[in-house]
Design a protein around this ligand. Sequence first.
Ligand code: PCD
Length: 795
Amino acid sequence: QHPDGQHPDGQAGNGHHGFGRVPRKEDARFIRGRGNYVDDIKLPGMLYGAILRSPHAHARLVSVDTTAAEAHPQVRAVITGETLTGLNLAWMPTLSNDVQAVLATDKVRYQGQEVAFVVAETHYAARDALELIDVDYEALPPVVDARKALDDDAPVIRDDVEGRTDNHIFDWEAGDAEHTDRVFGEAEVVVAQDVLYPRVHPAPLETCGIVADMDKVTGKLTVHTTTQAPHAHRTVYALVAGLPEHKIRVVSPDIGGGFGNKVGIYPGYVCAIVGSIVTGRPVKWIEDRSENLMTTSFARDYHMRGEIAATRDGRIRGLRVKVLADHGAFNGTAQPTKFPAGFFHVFTGSYDIEAAHCAVTGVYTNKAPGGVAYACSFRITEAAYLVERLVDVLAAELGADPAELRMRNLLRAEQFPYSTATGWEYDSGDYPRTLRTALDIAGYDELRAEQAGRRERGEGPLMGIGISFFTEAVGAGPRKHMDILGLGMADGAELRVHPTGKAVLRISVQTQGQGHETTFAQIVAHELGIPVDDVEVVHGDTDQTPFGLGTYGSRSTPVSGAATAVVARKVRERARIVAGAMLEASPEDLEWTPGRWAVRGDPSTGVTMQEIAMAAHGSLELPEGVEGHLDATTVYNPPNLTYPFGAYVAVVDVDPGTGKVTVRRFVAVDDCGVRINPMVVEGQVHGGLADGVGMALMQVMAFDEDGNHLGASFMDYLLPTAVECPSWELGETVTPSPHHPLGAKGVGESATVGSPAAIVNAVVDALRPYGVRHADMPLTPANVWRVVQGRPFRT
Ligand code: PCD
């Protein structure tokens, strides 16, 4: 076998026993069209829901007349804000301790906001009946630009809250302001830059949806829904509806991508549940593409101003950041409760910096709520992008090479564990080695020589080379520091080994395409020495799995993967006791080799996991106090986050005539500690890099001055395709996490976090001959042209 587990022919066999390039088990059904998504679910007697949405960004709701819709022969119920008020369900809690309207009662606060819900015999009848509802709106001036949200004359969006007179949500800061100011006061060089991370959307291929089924006889509510966090959803429903948790079952079937979009609870879900309660029949509601883009959780929308203090010879000493965060009409940001700006304060990035401070102000605007961690651990993408742009701005100011400047300031291996100026403890790393690996793969010196030659000869297209180095903080999180709505971020795992040695693992996290059915089985196989195919992974059903907070922020491997290793080790230890009884030896005298316990020094005596499993369920006399069977449970509370990192190099060509950017090459060297399945990891990195191309070059949720959404379809909101992506060149370094039982770190979001900065840095580098120092995303041909002309950028 190849060291990473791959068979010489590139195929892992069925008998594969642990880590390595095991083909994904779930693909057998996906590539045969046998996936089971929420819209595939059809229950007997099921009805269909549709939502009437506001055409206005800001308007008073004068009246809602549903008479004609109710008279439609196929309509079974029409639910309005008034109906919900009667049930005390017109407003629901958000993940950020705010409230959000389920159906509008007083005002609408963004275009696309939910106003009424129709339940009908067919999907088409429900949609038709929406047109029969007569709503009278009184338009109000909207707040579209976050920078004007705090103006004295700005209309107050949240007048539902008693005594509110402005659009201010929170002020939050991290780091030592005084120390930072002092470092800036003494600095030889200071550079400052305004940087926008525009509003983007996770845009999973499968939109959001639910089938709600309230059984009036048993009083049990079953919710089939496309959620990244089934247990968290169940508890929130329990709190909102006043039902006990055991009367609610949340089933998350196959998910066609999540990317943070499927963390929160949307008004449509509550409406479908109410629809089922009112009609006594199951109700399905599936959003269309425009509804998904216009109303479900957006990401980013951070207006940042960053400053670096440095010495003349390029030693970075301080970082100072101010952020204006546009949170939309309700504060629905998803992040651990104590951190209103998520993990933004990881903005010191990968550098050894003496002092740092950030201040973040959140404001309401007339846009959809959200602020989800779209492929990033709670605002780390914004932070990583900002610092990587600033380092390049500093390099330009000093006339330094951006690779050398980074090398000068990167954390060195001997500095770990490293405490940052804003309070993080990075677990492990060897950053210079990773950057060097990336530069070597890219052939950095030759690229710079090629660029110099082209510039000298005036030979187009304009070539740019961009570097980024990122550190992520994934695996939220230690219970003492992190909770969401009071729920601690630990994860349970249960492992049962059946008499024949086949195992069932039950976990709380929820795959959305990441391959957990394979990789989590690999962890058990690795720990017990049994074939990967002998381990079944059960997830996505709260009746079948232990409690835990779900999959986002690349937390599955760091938290639930650790839980899986721990629970498998517990089973292995029980197996040792059983083996001792089988071998009439003391368990302490036994020695483990993958798959068997044997008397130390006498491997021929060994018993296999399968034999032990049979004996554990059999008539073998077990020692006093030892229960039979071969099961274990655990709850894993991570001691720290894991800190994956990476070095990326992008090479772009910019057409000087059209401003079109082509990513010619992209080198990504990721370090996520020990890789459970290198092939899955590479797939994760490929996906994230494509995301990065999308954000850097084409994606933005734009609005006109009336608050009309200008990106409500894939005609306007562009997703990257294979055409825009180069053939990725990947490398790796492996620095195990010292506190994770497998040494693994999360990786799912790394590439999305690290790649936009590399591409933007490359484009700015290409445009340097025009005196360009910064350009905001997305770098569409039109924006590149504007930047070259020295004109303002436009979203
Ligand atoms: N891994 C391995 N090794 C290591 C790490 C990892 O192997 N070291 C693998 C695992 O096992 C899995 C994967 O890989 O399978 C991933 O992992 P992680 O990192 O742990 O992560 P998770 O938790 O699982 O996941 C999550 C992520 C996120 S977060 C996101 S966005 C995205 C990613 O994931 N999403 C998605 N990726 C993906 N893919 C797909 N296909 N789909 C999707 O949706 Mo957020 O926060 O939610 O925003």
